[in-house]
Write a protein that binds this ligand. Structure first.
Ligand SMILES: NC(=O)c1ccc[n+]([C@@H]2O[C@H](COP(=O)([O-])OP(=O)(O)OC[C@H]3O[C@@H](n4cnc5c(N)ncnc54)[C@H](O)[C@@H]3O)[C@@H](O)[C@H]2O)c1
Ligand SMILES: CC(C)=CCC/C(C)=C/C=C/C(C)=C/C=C/C(C)=C/C=C/C=C(C)/C=C/C=C(C)/C=C/C=C(\C)CCC=C(C)C
Length: 552
């Protein structure tokens, strides 16, 4: 717990001219503009030490199955019920949920600590979050506090510090909007900037609440498990029909029904961009409803000690349950036996076998690298047709003197400015200098001279340390999607192989991958006999869902 003195600044900058000019953000008044965001925490820093940590992150546009099938002499005796490849939050939630249901699980993690994008690293006495920093689903109420629930399932709890604002937007034409924790304060601030759109604002965010309330009323489990799904339809028909109605819709279309002001629509784009890396027209309405309301319902809460503590607590909880986690365990192959996934092989040659294999690597890595040589299942072809890898990002982690940050500084800043295009890939130090310069000019005078530590991460860094193909931030739709309809769940075209994480329904985000973990554990538990299951209904539902996805 060294984080009484923890501060970060983050600058996601999908910004990049190429990103902005290659997606519909340009048609929504952001053309030629570079986007970035800044995040930092500031609690009692100067009391504990003189310096603070700062993290800047900026997105950059960047653009293998040894067949083990039926290998004779290989003992495929399963010691485990499930092997999970990777210990991101998606993998850890799936593993711990299965373990508490009585399964024996082995997690194989390539890196030296758990967490993936929700991990941390330490340098010069500072602790930096490597990625995740905006924690949805971490409150003490409702059904959507999935991070809190995942920890509590394995007897863990973390002290959290509420963020008074989720983000402070600094948009062109001097539009400054703070997203306050209190919904009424946020609406008051937004309507004060757009008084002529008060009704539209209330209607759009009102639809978000309708979705959030429906989601929050359900007990969240696998949507691929018919006994649960039909049970929820029976118990909460209106809520389920509401969700089914919004499933194929996107936030931008709904916003346009109520809002006409282009600057306000651009603001809603920025709201969606933060959580989906695409504009509102490409952001599923269910995801928008979830995040645009949870931040006011449960609020954004930051764990004391840093985000890395969540994964560490889950990993400890997993071991308490009698399951195992292996670090420096780089899975290079998923072993198939007569078309069924039965085990994994590590880069050092070790092999482990289980009844089921769950991959927390992205679907691109799972099917492109761990299953080399297999024909791509139809479902995966469909996924790759609809979704592409979101660009990676540039990150800057800095230690700065505390007095550069005013005491009431908001935690996250999103800055969108008109700047000339630059070549970021080739010149990361130059870019970092520019970003810091812009921050100094716009937000924190004296920033440059107060830096005592700085490290710049590029897409390559993220590829190496987060084990994500091209360092991708996650999947994003190639074109305008039909809401969440095309997003695959956890089962795959390979028997015994499941996927979990952000390339599964409902997509990017810690809370989203936690939900994917809960869904995956439920479906796997039913398949290995730890939950009720109906094979006939299963076949019918899985076929129906596969067909629905082809409509996306
Ligand atoms: N809220 C925020 O501020 C924020 C910021 C950044 C990222 N995130 C979210 O985090 C999400 C990612 O979570 P996730 O659970 O999908 O995955 P993840 O990428 O965080 O974790 C995957 C883990 O699998 C491991 N791995 C990959 N291939 C492996 C292999 N072959 N063998 C062994 N281990 C392997 C990686 O080392 C990593 O630890 C992203 O969608 C993103 O939205 C959130
Ligand atoms: C701010 C700044 C500056 C910076 C930034 C940072 C960051 C980057 C952050 C990020 C974040 C994120 C990404 C987030 C995200 C999140 C999300 C998206 C979430 C989501 C979630 C979702 C969910 C949970 C969903 C769910 C769903 C459901 C349950 C559904 C249901 C349905 C029904 C019932 C119907 C049925 C039908 C069929 C199946 C057909």
């Amino acid at each position: 717990m060294n984080l009484g003195c923890y501060q970060t600044i983050q600058f996601p900058r999908s910004g990049k001219v190429r990103f902005l000019s290659s997606n519909p953000l340009k048609s929504s008044h952001l053309k030629g503009i570079q986007a970035g965001s800044v995040k930092f925490r500031n609690f009692q820093v100067s009391q504990r030490r003189k310096d603070v940590t700062m993290r800047l992150k900026s997105m950059l546009s960047v653009d293998s199955v040894v067949e083990m099938e039926g290998k004779e002499g290989v003992s495929t005796e399963s010691k485990y019920d499930a092997i999970v490849i990777g210990s991101g939050i998606g993998g850890l939630v799936a593993a711990t949920q299965l373990a508490v249901k009585g399964a024996k699980v082995l997690v194989c993690e390539k890196y030296v600590i758990p967490g993936g994008s929700s991990g941390y690293y330490q340098r010069d006495g500072y602790t930096f979050d490597v990625g995740s920093s905006v924690m949805f689903g971490f409150s003490d109420k409702g059904n959507l506090n999935l991070i809190t629930q995942a920890l509590s399932a394995v007897g863990r709890e973390m002290e959290v510090i509420p963020d008074p604002t989720t983000v402070h937007f600094h948009l062109p034409n001097n539009l400054s909007v703070r997203v306050h924790r209190e919904y009424s304060e946020f609406i008051e601030e937004l309507t004060s900037k757009f008084p002529h759109e008060k009704e539209g604002i209330l209607k759009f965010y009102g639809k978000c609440w309708k979705i959030f309330n429906a989601l929050n009323s359900l007990q969240l489990k696998s949507l691929e498990e018919p006994i649960y799904l039909f049970g929820q339809f029976f118990q909460k028909p209106l809520e389920c029909l509401t969700l089914a109605y919004y499933l194929p819709q996107n936030a931008g279309d709904i916003a346009r029904k109520y809002v006409k002001d282009p600057q306000l629509l651009s603001f809603i784009d920025a709201e969606c961009f933060i959580v989906s890396t695409v504009n509102a027209l490409r952001t599923p309405m269910i995801n928008a409803g979830m995040v645009l309301c949870d931040r006011h319902f449960g609020g954004i809460n930051y764990p004391v000690g840093g985000v890395g503590g969540i994964a560490e607590s889950l990993a400890e909880g997993l071991i308490d349950q009698g399951s195992e986690i292996l670090y420096k365990a780089n899975v290079t192959n998923i072993i198939l036996d007569q078309g069924k996934a039965v085990g994994v092989r590590l880069s050092d040659g070790r092999e482990f076998f289980a009844q089921t294999i769950i991959s927390n690597a992205t679907r691109w890595d799972t099917f492109g690298k761990l299953l080399k040589g297999e024909n791509l299942p139809k479902e995966e072809e469909n996924f790759q047709k609809i979704y592409v890898k979101a660009p990676s990002f540039l990150s800057i982690h800095m230690g700065v003197k505390a007095d550069v940050l005013p005491p009431d500084t908001d935690c996250h800043h999103f800055v969108l400015e008109g700047l000339p295009p630059k070549d970021y890939e080739a010149k990361k130090e130059l870019i970092a200098k520019e970003i810091i310069g812009r921050l100094e000019k716009k937000l924190f005078p004296g920033l440059k001279s107060s830096i005592v530590f700085k490290e710049v991460g590029t897409p390559k860094t993220h590829r190496r340390f987060l084990a994500r193909d091209i360092g991708t931030y996650g999947p994003m739709p190639r074109q305008i999607p039909k809401g969440l309809l095309g997003m695959p769940f956890n089962t795959t075209g390979i028997s015994g192989l499941y996927c979990v994480g952000d390339s599964c329904f409902p997509g990017q985000g810690v809370i989203a991958v936690a939900f994917s973990g809960v869904m995956c554990a439920h479906r796997v538990a039913a398949d290995i006999g730890l939950e009720k299951k109906s094979p006939i209904l299963d076949t019918a539902l899985l076929r129906l869902l596969a067909w629905l996805r082809t409509l996306a």
